[in-house]
Design a protein around this ligand. Structure first.
Ligand SMILES: Nc1ncnc2c1ncn2[C@@H]1O[C@H](COP(=O)(O)OP(=O)(O)O)[C@@H](O)[C@H]1O
Ligand SMILES: [Mg+2]
Length: 498
């Protein structure tokens, strides 16, 4: 017997006594014969979709594309007298089929509750990782190899990367920006395997992460000051963590503190960062040697070097894996402050070791150019779902001989499972004060003000990404006006920083 333990839109989450895994079940609505014809054969009812496809190329973001397409299909459906009740779901299904190439996984691609979609082969149920329910089986499977190869074809085309027997691995992305990895035979003898890291339509903002207790408002305010650096000298920060721990998400949220007058260049192996909220943002992507049979290979290091000729204010590396580590530190050395990146590592200490050993080989004397290492972690709790926390913030305090000294200024309290200040003083506040010609008290006061701003924004239910970023920018331009607007001005007068 299975029991529905959660349901929304067209999704039911089922618990079955006989199975250890929950089932994620997609229920298709009842269609009339006319509607069914449109869903099964959309190309037939929209003869001119090829010309539409070419118009899509001129639109920048996937949201813009989706809005444009939605309008277009909706209009066609109205002309066809499709009932309004099913119109929206049909619009989505048609888009999945003929424009995005999602096919079967369309409903899952549109579900923001999902973190990952895993296709393990033909005629095997697709697995998903649900934000709330963890790993689930689904009621969806690819029934034939052809159907699955159709998706792989779309993926390869969409990311401009080739896949065949000689180069059976592909890192690409879906039209909505989700990252996808494909392995085919002979590397995966049992058939194609596709792993999709779902892109969130609504990216997490720092306020979301505070609400989810991934960090607290005090730490967020401290990071805001570090990242904005009073418009004078921002800090260099690395986000460390295991796979799927939330590094990229955290980096994305932190970048929203960047002032709009800065030019930001991101460098990634596979495009994932989405800084559409920045006005002067350029995304560069390295191409692996696998594509184009070795020709035109551009590695991360070359890309980082090139980015330095593009007059960046900051460069941000999606994932630091190899020799590019040195280049980004060279960039910091020539005054490119505010550089950030993510790195695969579980503690601040481990990060120092990884960076200074093979294959990154960062000369240890360069290490003090880095200011902070923020460590994030994920674990699964049966009752609470997936829990993601900042577990440690380490500041680079200097070198002692050939050992990097890390000051652990924030640490996860295992009892409360919340991040908390440790007893160690924060040297970075003094550094920031010196760099920006302020007193330590002024820096601390600023952190306090921003903490109040973040808390007031949460209290007022400000959720919209655009509104949040606008407030951050307004704060950089005229802090007093924002303090007044959020009703914090009086509160500040009563407070004296320590
Ligand atoms: N603090 C968080 N709370 C809830 N979900 C999160 C959080 N951080 C990340 N996620 C989700 O976890 C998944 C993996 O996050 P991502 O940032 O891509 O991890 P990483 O870069 O470490 O591999 C994504 O689906 C993302 O939306
Ligand atoms: Mg990542």
């Amino acid at each position: 017997m299975s029991e529905v333990i959660d349901s929304y839109d067209y999704v039911r989450i089922l618990e079955d006594d006989a199975s250890e895994l929950l089932t994620y079940s997609v229920v298709e609505p009842e269609f009339s014969p006319e509607e069914r014809r449109v869903v099964d054969n959309p190309a037939e009812f929209m003869g001119d979709y090829k010309s539409i496809l070419s118009r899509l190329e001129f639109l920048r973001t996937s949201t813009e594309k989706e809005e444009f397409l939605g309008e277009y299909i909706r209009k066609h459906l109205e002309d066809k007298n499709i009932s309004p009740g099913n119109r929206e779901i049909i619009v989505s299904l048609v888009m999945d089929k003929i424009f995005f190439g999602y096919g079967k996984i369309g409903p899952m691609m549109r579900d923001d509750h999902l973190e990952e979609i895993m296709v393990n082969g033909v005629d095997i149920p697709i697995f998903i990782v649900h934000r709330k329910h963890g790993m689930c089986l689904t009621n969806i499977r690819y029934e034939s190899k052809e159907e699955l190869y159709e998706l792989i074809g779309w993926l390869s085309k969409n990311s401009g990367r080739h896949i065949d027997e000689k180069t059976p691995l592909l890192d690409g992305h879906m039209p909505d920006g989700s990252r996808a990895n494909v392995v085919i035979s002979p590397a995966s003898p049992k058939g194609p395997v596709i792993t999709i890291r779902k892109f969130r339509r609504q990216p997490f903002t720092i306020l979301d992460l505070i609400e989810k207790k991934s960090l607290d408002s005090g730490l967020a305010a401290f990071l805001w000051v570090c990242i904005e650096g009073f418009g004078i000298h921002p800090c260099n920060i690395l986000i460390a963590g295991g796979s799927g721990s939330g590094k990229t998400t955290f980096l994305n949220a932190l970048t929203m503190f960047t002032p709009q007058y800065e030019r930001v260049i991101t460098l990634e192996d596979t495009l994932e960062l989405n800084f559409d909220f920045l006005k002067n943002w350029v995304a560069l992507e390295a191409s692996p040697s696998l594509i184009s049979k070795g020709e035109g290979k551009i590695d991360m290091q070359t890309l980082v070097e090139n980015s330095l000729r593009m007059r960046p204010d900051r460069i941000i590396l999606g994932e630091i894996r190899g020799a590019e580590a040195q280049t980004i530190f060279v960039a910091m050395d020539i005054g490119l402050n505010g550089s950030m990146g993510t790195i695969h590592s579980n503690t601040a200490k481990e990060t120092t070791i990884r960076l200074t050993s093979e294959p990154m080989n960062l000369p240890i004397v360069m290490f003090p150019l880095l200011d902070l290492i923020v460590v994030v972690n994920r674990r699964y709790d049966k009752n609470r779902g997936i829990i993601r926390r900042v577990t440690e913030v380490g500041e680079v305090a200097g070198l002692e001989g050939d050992v990097v000294q890390i000051g652990e200024i924030y640490k996860l309290n295992p009892k409360t499972e919340e991040i908390a200040r440790t007893k160690y003083p924060i040297l970075l506040t003094e550094k920031i004060a010196r760099r920006c010609m302020l007193t330590k008290q002024q820096v601390n006061m600023e952190i306090l003000k921003r903490k109040f701003v973040l808390e007031a924004m949460i209290k007022r239910g400000i959720r919209d990404e655009k509104e949040i970023i606008k407030l951050f920018q307004q704060y950089h331009n005229n802090a007093d006006a924002v303090l007044l607007k959020l009703g914090i001005a009086e509160r500040m007068h009563a407070k004296k920083p320590q």
